[in-house]
Design a protein around this ligand. Structure first.
Ligand code: NAP
Length: 681
């Protein structure tokens, strides 16, 4: 039987063991042995060294946008080959729907990070985090946070239930941040991750050393970690606790995040009685969470809290739906729920269900028996969906995670009580509240939020378009406090910044501009003969400035603007009312008139490299402008963001509109698209 290969130090490595040794991996549906897994002989210190020496420098040479471009290309490549992944995925017990959840979900994460990278990160290798902090009266000493790529490796230990999504959701933010990855899949389904890595390596898209793959244990790898490395773990709380207390993790302060077990809840609102759309959403949501991936989802609903008076109706509705769920060989027509990932996993689920049943009773299903289509229920890792009821005051339902198609319904009598029961899960990934009552939703969400990473409020209004309870989304935090691990694996830009070091840089404005490539207030401005709007992207430099004005604001300007736009607010038009206004004391110009006059001053009207103005950021009106005031605008090129795939880029300008006495009346960033030189792409 073939032993899975690892992809380390630039090539595929077959374990030193003879082909028959290593841990056997089985087809979850037939029980047949598929492969063996062993990492015997892998040089783990060498793996880390290869990533640091080869992968890290190659990645850090690329800008965020270039890395995003590679992630996009990789997503496209994997999409083209997803049938090959579905085929292997079926052997983990997954139905086609489950496989899509895993495979397409993973590809979706790559895509999401590709667009986040281009949208929210600069076309640069340093991320400027937040605003400049003034630190001195004279403005010669300022502070700015910057984030730079850690110089180490992201070691990614994954759980068995998402062999494609799991690795990709960790790879994407690390790659975008400029940190190479070492992927270690969970053994039972590692054959699918191996296929994924094979496709990635064959694509030739990722620079060498940016992705390595270890099939099997990770030996002494942790001993060789340094302060620049990270470990992202997904799996059980017990393993998380063991790994996070490894002496190297502790002594070298290695960044360690865990996504662990979670006793996720779903709460039915008292308003959602049988017959309401919310009741149906609740019942169908619970069934989906029990049966998709045969309940092997870290986000699946384990605790179903239901108003006392609706418990029987919920049990009845859920049981009726479960009875219609065909279980069996994922390849067979009509099968809705496949097998668990392994026979060991089934034993573990049965053991947990026994404990849960001691605290209540099974109201649907039999843990030892299940009817299956086109498969042998015993040789394959099949188990029936199991619905239980329990006394909410027992500890077990809040503590025991049966990682399969298992949920426990518990009755509650009031909002305060259900919030208190929620907290007994000691920290969860996700919770849902199904209600059409906004007041109940507010009380529950704000009550249980400290114990949750994500909360879904579901009702008739969002039910159709909702992505559901169990789907983590790349743009939103995925992770949870306490028992759920305390980590944030995903979550858009947060996941990227986790792989970077944030540093507060204190300097004078000119030096800070040189360091970050972004002009900051107080730094030198360069007034040139050529209007900056006549310059192409490559010719512009941060600091290029035009000063235009003055222009006197008159009463007739204000009245003309008021009549023309219809904005006849009293502060502009009614002298008596304006005099009574505590902020103005007399009639003042419209803020938008100031913006318009400023544009009239700085714009160069002829066709040229400036293609469009696509917005303003950070607009503040600072001082009222009165009739007779003279306005001058200083427009300074602040930041250039070339787009790799277009003949133009974004230019951010600092606009400072001042009065005759030098006082700023308005400040904002003007956002424009500026063409590259002809022919440039
Ligand atoms: P697990 O037994 O804790 O294993 C998780 C990973 O840790 C596997 O890759 C495993 O590799 C590895 N591992 C175990 N012992 C290790 C050690 N001493 N040193 C290094 N690595 C070690 O969990 P699992 O059974 O795969 O996954 C099921 C659990 O994961 C469930 O409890 C579920 O709730 C949780 N989960 C959480 C999330 C989340 O996002 N929060 C997502 C999915 C699953 P081997 O397989 O080779 O031992």
């Amino acid at each position: 039987m073939a032993t899975l290969r690892s992809y380390v130090q630039g090539s595929w490595y077959s374990p030193a063991d003879s082909a028959d040794s290593g841990r056997p991996l089985h087809d979850a549906v037939t029980g047949e042995e598929i492969a063996r897994i062993s990492s015997a002989g892998v040089d783990f210190a060498g793996v880390l060294e290869h990533g640091r020496r080869v992968g890290g420098p190659a990645l850090r040479e690329l800008t965020f946008h270039q890395r995003a471009g590679l992630l996009k290309a990789l997503a496209g490549h994997l999409r083209e080959h997803r049938d090959a992944l579905y085929a292997v995925s079926a052997r983990t017990g997954a139905t086609l729907g489950d496989s899509k959840f895993d495979v397409d979900g993973g590809i979706g994460v790559l895509q999401a990070y590709a667009s986040t990278g281009r949208r929210e990160l600069p076309n640069d290798t340093v991320f400027v985090d937040g605003a400049v902090e003034p630190l001195s009266r004279g403005g010669t000493f300022v502070g700015q946070h910057v984030a730079t790529s850690l110089r180490g490796i992201a070691v990614q230990v994954n759980a068995f239930n998402f062999p494609v999504w799991g690795p990709l959701e960790k790879l994407a933010p690390a790659f975008l941040a400029g940190v190479p990855s070492v992927i270690k899949p969970a053994s039972p389904t590692a054959f699918l991750t191996a296929k994924l890595v094979e496709l990635i390596v064959d694509s030739g898209l990722l620079p060498e050393g940016t992705l390595q793959f270890v099939a099997g244990g990770i030996g002494d790898l942790f001993d060789h970690l340094t302060d620049q490395d990270l470990v992202s773990f997904t799996g059980s709380a017990a393993t998380a606790a063991r790994l996070r207390t490894h002496p190297t993790i502790v002594h070298r302060a290695v960044r360690f995040t865990a996504e662990a077990d979670s006793l996720n809840l779903s709460i039915l609102g008292p308003d959602a009685a049988p017959g309401t759309p919310e009741f149906d959403l609740y019942a169908s949501g619970l069934v989906a969470e029990m049966t998709v991936k045969a309940g092997q989802k870290c986000t699946a609903i384990r605790r179903a809290f239901v108003p006392e008076q609706h418990v029987d109706a919920v049990v009845e509705a859920v049981s009726a739906r479960l009875a219609k769920t065909v279980i069996g060989n994922p390849a067979a027509e009509g099968v809705r729920m496949g097998a668990l990932a392994s026979l060991e996993q089934r034993e573990e689920v049965r053991r947990c269900v026994k404990t849960l049943a001691d605290a209540g009773r099974i109201v649907y299903g039999d843990a030892e028996k299940v009817e299956v289509l086109d498969a042998d229920a015993e040789r394959g890792a099949f188990v029936s969906p199991l619905l239980l009821t329990a006394d909410p005051d027992r500890a077990e339902p809040h503590e025991v995670e049966a990682f399969g198609p298992v949920s426990t319904v518990m009755a509650y009598t009031g909002t305060e009580q259900v919030v208190e029961l929620a907290a007994r899960g000691q920290g969860s990934l996700v919770g849902s509240v199904v209600t059409a009552d906004p007041a109940f939703a507010r009380d529950v969400v704000l009550g249980v939020a400290p114990w949750h990473g994500r909360l879904l409020v579901l009702n008739e209004r969002d039910g159709k378009e909702s992505t559901g309870h169990g789907s983590p989304l790349p743009a939103l935090v995925h992770g949870g406090p306490g028992r759920a691990g305390g980590g944030e694996e995903m979550g858009g830009i947060r996941g990227v910044l986790h792989h970077m070091q944030r540093t507060a840089v204190q300097a004078d404005p000119d030096t800070l501009t040189a360091i970050t490539g972004r002009w900051v207030q107080g730094a030198q401005r360069t007034e040139t003969d050529v209007h900056p709007f006549r310059r192409h992207l490559e010719e512009l430099r941060p600091g290029d400035t035009i000063v235009a004005g003055p222009r006197t604001v008159t009463q007739s300007d204000v009245e003309h603007f008021a009549e023309f736009t219809g904005d006849t607010f009293y502060a502009h038009m009614d002298a008596e009312a304006a005099a009574a206004n505590p902020l103005f004391g007399e009639r003042v110009a419209h803020g938008y008139l100031i913006l318009s006059l400023a544009a009239g001053l700085f714009v160069d009207p002829d066709p040229g490299p400036v293609l469009a103005n696509f917005g303003v950021d950070n607009l503040r009106f600072l001082t009222p402008v009165k009739f007779g005031d003279e306005l001058t605008v200083t427009l300074t090129c602040k930041q250039l963001t070339p787009r790799d795939s277009a003949g133009y880029g974004e230019v951010r300008w600092d606009a400072d509109v001042t009065r005759q006495d030098g006082e700023s009346v308005a400040r904002y960033d003007v956002l424009t698209l500026v063409a590259k030189k002809e022919g440039a792409q």
